[in-house]
Design a binder for this molecule. Sequence first.
Ligand SMILES: [Zn+2]
Length: 320
Amino acid sequence: MSENLPIPSGAGNAFYRGPRLKLVKKADYFSEKLWREHQVLSGDDARRERLLRRLNDAVRVAEHNCRAGGLAPGALPAPSRRALGWMRFLCHPAHLQAHLACLERCRRLAEHHLGLRAARVEWHLRHTPSLYRLTSRGPRVVICVNEGYLFAEEAVWQALGAFLLGKRRSGDRRLIRSYATGAAFAEIVHAMDGLPEERQTAGSCYDLEGVFDRVNLAYFDGELNQPRLEWSDRRTRRQFGFYRPASDTLRISRTLDNPALPRYVIDFVMYHELLHKKLGVVERKGRIIAHSTEFRRAEKAFPHYQAAMDWLKKLALGED
Ligand SMILES: [Zn+2]
Protein backbone atom coordinates (compact mmCIF):
# COMPACT_ATOMS: atom_id res chain seq x y z
CA MET A 1 0.00 0.00 0.00
CA SER A 2 1.39 3.36 -1.00
CA GLU A 3 2.57 5.78 1.63
CA ASN A 4 2.90 8.50 -0.96
CA LEU A 5 0.44 11.27 -0.69
CA PRO A 6 -1.02 12.62 -3.88
CA ILE A 7 -0.61 16.09 -2.41
CA PRO A 8 2.64 17.66 -1.20
CA SER A 9 3.31 17.33 2.51
CA GLY A 10 4.57 20.21 4.59
CA ALA A 11 3.56 22.87 7.07
CA GLY A 12 1.26 24.59 4.62
CA ASN A 13 -0.87 21.53 4.17
CA ALA A 14 -3.61 21.74 6.73
CA PHE A 15 -5.41 18.69 5.40
CA TYR A 16 -2.41 16.47 5.93
CA ARG A 17 -2.20 17.47 9.59
CA GLY A 18 -5.89 17.51 10.34
CA PRO A 19 -7.23 13.99 9.86
CA ARG A 20 -4.05 12.29 10.96
CA LEU A 21 -4.18 13.67 14.48
CA LYS A 22 -7.93 13.37 14.63
CA LEU A 23 -8.02 9.74 13.52
CA VAL A 24 -5.37 8.53 15.94
CA LYS A 25 -7.03 10.45 18.78
CA LYS A 26 -10.44 9.05 17.83
CA ALA A 27 -9.08 5.49 17.86
CA ASP A 28 -7.39 6.13 21.22
CA TYR A 29 -10.67 7.43 22.58
CA PHE A 30 -12.61 4.35 21.46
CA SER A 31 -9.88 2.00 22.65
CA GLU A 32 -9.92 3.50 26.14
CA LYS A 33 -13.68 3.48 26.26
CA LEU A 34 -13.74 -0.19 25.24
CA TRP A 35 -11.32 -1.05 28.00
CA ARG A 36 -13.16 0.94 30.68
CA GLU A 37 -16.63 -0.27 29.71
CA HIS A 38 -16.04 -3.69 28.20
CA GLN A 39 -18.02 -5.57 30.85
CA VAL A 40 -21.06 -3.30 30.62
CA LEU A 41 -20.91 -3.21 26.84
CA SER A 42 -20.74 -7.00 26.61
CA GLY A 43 -24.01 -7.42 28.45
CA ASP A 44 -25.94 -4.39 27.21
CA ASP A 45 -27.15 -4.76 23.61
CA ALA A 46 -28.56 -1.25 23.35
CA ARG A 47 -25.38 0.34 24.60
CA ARG A 48 -23.28 -1.75 22.25
CA GLU A 49 -25.55 -0.74 19.35
CA ARG A 50 -25.03 2.91 20.22
CA LEU A 51 -21.29 2.44 20.28
CA LEU A 52 -21.40 0.65 16.92
CA ARG A 53 -23.29 3.57 15.45
CA ARG A 54 -20.73 6.03 16.79
CA LEU A 55 -17.88 3.95 15.41
CA ASN A 56 -19.64 3.80 12.06
CA ASP A 57 -20.19 7.54 12.05
CA ALA A 58 -16.54 8.18 12.88
CA VAL A 59 -15.44 5.96 10.00
CA ARG A 60 -17.86 7.44 7.51
CA VAL A 61 -16.97 11.01 8.46
CA ALA A 62 -13.25 10.24 8.17
CA GLU A 63 -13.69 8.59 4.78
CA HIS A 64 -15.90 11.41 3.59
CA ASN A 65 -13.34 14.00 4.70
CA CYS A 66 -10.61 12.11 2.89
CA ARG A 67 -12.58 12.03 -0.33
CA ALA A 68 -13.59 15.67 0.03
CA GLY A 69 -9.90 16.53 0.45
CA GLY A 70 -8.97 14.51 -2.62
CA LEU A 71 -7.08 11.95 -0.55
CA ALA A 72 -7.80 8.23 -0.82
CA PRO A 73 -8.24 6.70 2.69
CA GLY A 74 -5.76 4.01 1.75
CA ALA A 75 -3.15 6.67 1.03
CA LEU A 76 -3.26 8.19 4.53
CA PRO A 77 -0.05 8.20 6.58
CA ALA A 78 0.41 4.83 8.32
CA PRO A 79 -0.73 5.80 11.87
CA SER A 80 -4.02 7.26 10.60
CA ARG A 81 -4.54 4.50 8.10
CA ARG A 82 -4.14 1.96 10.91
CA ALA A 83 -6.44 3.92 13.21
CA LEU A 84 -9.12 4.07 10.51
CA GLY A 85 -8.71 0.41 9.54
CA TRP A 86 -9.00 -0.62 13.17
CA MET A 87 -12.21 1.37 13.74
CA ARG A 88 -13.67 0.04 10.50
CA PHE A 89 -12.88 -3.52 11.59
CA LEU A 90 -14.73 -2.99 14.87
CA CYS A 91 -17.80 -1.68 13.04
CA HIS A 92 -18.60 -5.32 12.38
CA PRO A 93 -20.81 -6.41 15.33
CA ALA A 94 -19.16 -9.85 15.58
CA HIS A 95 -15.71 -8.26 15.71
CA LEU A 96 -16.77 -5.82 18.39
CA GLN A 97 -18.25 -8.58 20.51
CA ALA A 98 -15.14 -10.74 20.18
CA HIS A 99 -13.01 -7.72 21.03
CA LEU A 100 -14.99 -7.10 24.23
CA ALA A 101 -14.76 -10.77 25.24
CA CYS A 102 -11.04 -10.65 24.62
CA LEU A 103 -10.60 -7.64 26.92
CA GLU A 104 -12.34 -9.55 29.67
CA ARG A 105 -10.00 -12.47 29.08
CA CYS A 106 -7.06 -10.05 29.35
CA ARG A 107 -8.40 -8.65 32.61
CA ARG A 108 -8.61 -12.18 34.05
CA LEU A 109 -5.10 -12.98 32.87
CA ALA A 110 -3.78 -9.96 34.73
CA GLU A 111 -5.72 -10.95 37.82
CA HIS A 112 -4.28 -14.44 37.62
CA HIS A 113 -0.71 -13.20 37.37
CA LEU A 114 -0.79 -10.08 39.51
CA GLY A 115 -3.64 -10.49 41.98
CA LEU A 116 -4.66 -7.12 43.39
CA ARG A 117 -2.03 -5.28 41.39
CA ALA A 118 -4.00 -6.21 38.26
CA ALA A 119 -6.12 -3.09 38.77
CA ARG A 120 -3.19 -1.05 37.54
CA VAL A 121 -3.06 -2.82 34.19
CA GLU A 122 -4.91 -1.43 31.19
CA TRP A 123 -5.36 -3.52 28.03
CA HIS A 124 -5.82 -2.50 24.44
CA LEU A 125 -6.12 -4.51 21.26
CA ARG A 126 -5.09 -2.40 18.30
CA HIS A 127 -3.87 -2.40 14.75
CA THR A 128 -0.24 -1.81 15.68
CA PRO A 129 3.00 -2.47 13.82
CA SER A 130 4.23 -4.52 16.80
CA LEU A 131 2.84 -7.78 18.21
CA TYR A 132 2.60 -6.34 21.72
CA ARG A 133 3.88 -3.34 23.62
CA LEU A 134 4.13 -2.69 27.31
CA THR A 135 4.44 0.87 28.59
CA SER A 136 4.26 2.36 32.07
CA ARG A 137 2.36 5.53 32.68
CA GLY A 138 3.10 6.39 36.28
CA PRO A 139 1.70 3.60 38.43
CA ARG A 140 -0.28 2.24 35.50
CA VAL A 141 0.87 -0.33 32.99
CA VAL A 142 -0.60 -0.15 29.51
CA ILE A 143 -0.45 -3.32 27.44
CA CYS A 144 -1.22 -3.01 23.78
CA VAL A 145 -1.67 -6.31 21.95
CA ASN A 146 -2.07 -6.63 18.20
CA GLU A 147 -5.72 -7.10 17.19
CA GLY A 148 -4.50 -10.03 15.08
CA TYR A 149 -4.64 -12.17 18.25
CA LEU A 150 -8.39 -11.57 18.54
CA PHE A 151 -9.45 -15.11 17.65
CA ALA A 152 -6.39 -16.88 19.07
CA GLU A 153 -7.04 -20.01 21.11
CA GLU A 154 -6.76 -20.11 24.89
CA ALA A 155 -3.19 -21.49 24.87
CA VAL A 156 -1.91 -18.51 22.91
CA TRP A 157 -3.55 -16.07 25.31
CA GLN A 158 -2.18 -17.98 28.29
CA ALA A 159 1.26 -17.64 26.71
CA LEU A 160 0.74 -13.91 26.12
CA GLY A 161 -0.37 -13.39 29.70
CA ALA A 162 2.51 -15.37 31.14
CA PHE A 163 5.06 -13.74 28.86
CA LEU A 164 3.89 -10.17 29.46
CA LEU A 165 3.04 -10.43 33.15
CA GLY A 166 5.02 -13.33 34.53
CA LYS A 167 8.21 -15.12 33.64
CA ARG A 168 9.54 -14.57 30.12
CA ARG A 169 9.80 -18.14 28.86
CA SER A 170 11.08 -18.88 25.38
CA GLY A 171 8.37 -21.52 24.77
CA ASP A 172 5.67 -18.92 25.30
CA ARG A 173 7.46 -16.49 23.07
CA ARG A 174 7.67 -19.10 20.32
CA LEU A 175 3.95 -19.79 20.52
CA ILE A 176 3.12 -16.08 20.46
CA ARG A 177 5.32 -15.48 17.44
CA SER A 178 4.25 -18.54 15.51
CA TYR A 179 0.58 -17.64 15.90
CA ALA A 180 1.36 -14.26 14.37
CA THR A 181 2.69 -15.92 11.23
CA GLY A 182 -0.48 -17.97 10.76
CA ALA A 183 -3.48 -17.49 8.50
CA ALA A 184 -5.94 -16.39 11.21
CA PHE A 185 -3.69 -13.52 12.28
CA ALA A 186 -3.02 -12.49 8.69
CA GLU A 187 -6.71 -12.47 7.88
CA ILE A 188 -7.44 -9.93 10.61
CA VAL A 189 -4.53 -7.70 9.66
CA HIS A 190 -5.62 -7.93 6.06
CA ALA A 191 -9.15 -6.97 7.01
CA MET A 192 -7.84 -3.93 8.90
CA ASP A 193 -5.47 -2.98 6.09
CA GLY A 194 -8.02 -3.57 3.41
CA LEU A 195 -8.75 0.06 2.74
CA PRO A 196 -8.70 0.37 -0.99
CA GLU A 197 -6.62 3.20 -2.43
CA GLU A 198 -9.82 4.76 -3.54
CA ARG A 199 -13.31 3.63 -2.77
CA GLN A 200 -15.28 3.97 -5.92
CA THR A 201 -18.83 3.06 -5.18
CA ALA A 202 -20.12 5.16 -8.07
CA GLY A 203 -20.63 3.18 -11.24
CA SER A 204 -21.75 4.64 -14.56
CA CYS A 205 -25.42 4.04 -13.73
CA TYR A 206 -25.66 3.22 -10.01
CA ASP A 207 -23.83 4.26 -6.87
CA LEU A 208 -23.48 1.24 -4.58
CA GLU A 209 -23.94 3.42 -1.50
CA GLY A 210 -27.27 4.54 -2.90
CA VAL A 211 -28.30 0.96 -3.68
CA PHE A 212 -27.27 -0.12 -0.19
CA ASP A 213 -29.20 2.72 1.49
CA ARG A 214 -32.31 1.94 -0.53
CA VAL A 215 -32.26 -1.81 0.11
CA ASN A 216 -31.27 -1.44 3.75
CA LEU A 217 -34.14 0.94 4.38
CA ALA A 218 -36.74 -1.03 2.41
CA TYR A 219 -35.99 -4.54 3.68
CA PHE A 220 -33.85 -4.28 6.83
CA ASP A 221 -35.45 -1.25 8.52
CA GLY A 222 -32.19 0.60 7.95
CA GLU A 223 -30.60 -1.48 10.69
CA LEU A 224 -27.58 -2.91 8.87
CA ASN A 225 -24.24 -1.14 9.07
CA GLN A 226 -22.82 -0.37 5.67
CA PRO A 227 -20.28 -2.98 4.61
CA ARG A 228 -17.37 -2.05 2.40
CA LEU A 229 -18.96 -1.81 -1.03
CA GLU A 230 -17.16 -2.45 -4.28
CA TRP A 231 -17.78 -3.20 -7.91
CA SER A 232 -16.10 -6.22 -9.44
CA ASP A 233 -13.18 -5.25 -11.67
CA ARG A 234 -14.72 -6.96 -14.65
CA ARG A 235 -18.12 -7.81 -15.94
CA THR A 236 -19.08 -11.30 -14.83
CA ARG A 237 -21.66 -13.74 -16.02
CA ARG A 238 -21.63 -16.31 -13.27
CA GLN A 239 -21.27 -14.55 -10.00
CA PHE A 240 -23.25 -11.34 -9.61
CA GLY A 241 -22.49 -10.66 -6.01
CA PHE A 242 -20.25 -11.73 -3.20
CA TYR A 243 -20.06 -11.10 0.54
CA ARG A 244 -16.91 -11.69 2.56
CA PRO A 245 -17.64 -11.61 6.32
CA ALA A 246 -14.01 -11.46 7.50
CA SER A 247 -13.48 -8.06 5.90
CA ASP A 248 -17.16 -7.10 5.74
CA THR A 249 -16.84 -6.54 2.02
CA LEU A 250 -19.75 -6.72 -0.39
CA ARG A 251 -18.95 -6.88 -4.09
CA ILE A 252 -21.41 -6.44 -6.94
CA SER A 253 -20.74 -7.38 -10.54
CA ARG A 254 -20.25 -4.52 -13.01
CA THR A 255 -22.58 -6.40 -15.32
CA LEU A 256 -25.44 -5.02 -13.21
CA ASP A 257 -24.32 -1.40 -13.65
CA ASN A 258 -26.52 -1.23 -16.71
CA PRO A 259 -29.42 1.19 -17.37
CA ALA A 260 -31.07 -1.42 -19.62
CA LEU A 261 -31.77 -3.62 -16.58
CA PRO A 262 -34.67 -2.93 -14.22
CA ARG A 263 -33.47 -1.45 -10.95
CA TYR A 264 -34.84 -4.38 -8.99
CA VAL A 265 -32.15 -6.66 -10.48
CA ILE A 266 -29.26 -4.89 -8.74
CA ASP A 267 -31.46 -4.35 -5.67
CA PHE A 268 -32.11 -8.06 -5.51
CA VAL A 269 -28.41 -8.97 -5.70
CA MET A 270 -27.67 -6.39 -2.99
CA TYR A 271 -30.53 -7.86 -0.94
CA HIS A 272 -29.19 -11.40 -1.36
CA GLU A 273 -25.67 -10.39 -0.26
CA LEU A 274 -26.99 -8.38 2.67
CA LEU A 275 -28.93 -11.43 3.79
CA HIS A 276 -25.57 -13.20 3.99
CA LYS A 277 -24.28 -10.36 6.17
CA LYS A 278 -27.35 -10.48 8.38
CA LEU A 279 -27.85 -14.24 8.71
CA GLY A 280 -24.26 -15.47 8.62
CA VAL A 281 -23.76 -19.18 8.07
CA VAL A 282 -25.23 -22.14 9.89
CA GLU A 283 -23.39 -25.32 10.64
CA ARG A 284 -25.18 -28.61 10.23
CA LYS A 285 -23.49 -31.97 10.77
CA GLY A 286 -20.11 -30.35 10.29
CA ARG A 287 -21.11 -28.66 7.06
CA ILE A 288 -21.21 -24.91 6.61
CA ILE A 289 -24.44 -23.84 5.00
CA ALA A 290 -24.70 -20.32 3.59
CA HIS A 291 -28.03 -20.75 1.80
CA SER A 292 -30.05 -22.27 4.61
CA THR A 293 -33.79 -22.85 4.51
CA GLU A 294 -34.24 -19.65 6.47
CA PHE A 295 -32.06 -17.83 3.94
CA ARG A 296 -34.05 -19.13 0.96
CA ARG A 297 -37.31 -18.19 2.63
CA ALA A 298 -36.10 -14.64 3.29
CA GLU A 299 -34.74 -14.41 -0.25
CA LYS A 300 -38.09 -15.30 -1.76
CA ALA A 301 -39.73 -12.52 0.24
CA PHE A 302 -38.12 -10.03 -2.17
CA PRO A 303 -41.07 -8.53 -4.12
CA HIS A 304 -39.57 -9.04 -7.59
CA TYR A 305 -37.89 -12.32 -6.73
CA GLN A 306 -38.96 -14.32 -9.80
CA ALA A 307 -38.48 -11.48 -12.30
CA ALA A 308 -35.02 -10.72 -10.89
CA MET A 309 -34.02 -14.39 -11.02
CA ASP A 310 -35.16 -14.57 -14.65
CA TRP A 311 -33.02 -11.56 -15.53
CA LEU A 312 -29.98 -13.06 -13.82
CA LYS A 313 -30.46 -16.33 -15.68
CA LYS A 314 -30.69 -14.44 -18.95
CA LEU A 315 -27.53 -12.51 -18.12
CA ALA A 316 -25.74 -15.75 -17.24
CA LEU A 317 -26.62 -17.10 -20.65
CA GLY A 318 -25.37 -13.93 -22.31
CA GLU A 319 -28.72 -12.90 -23.71
CA ASP A 320 -28.78 -9.31 -22.51
ZN1 LIG B 1 -25.45 -16.39 -1.79
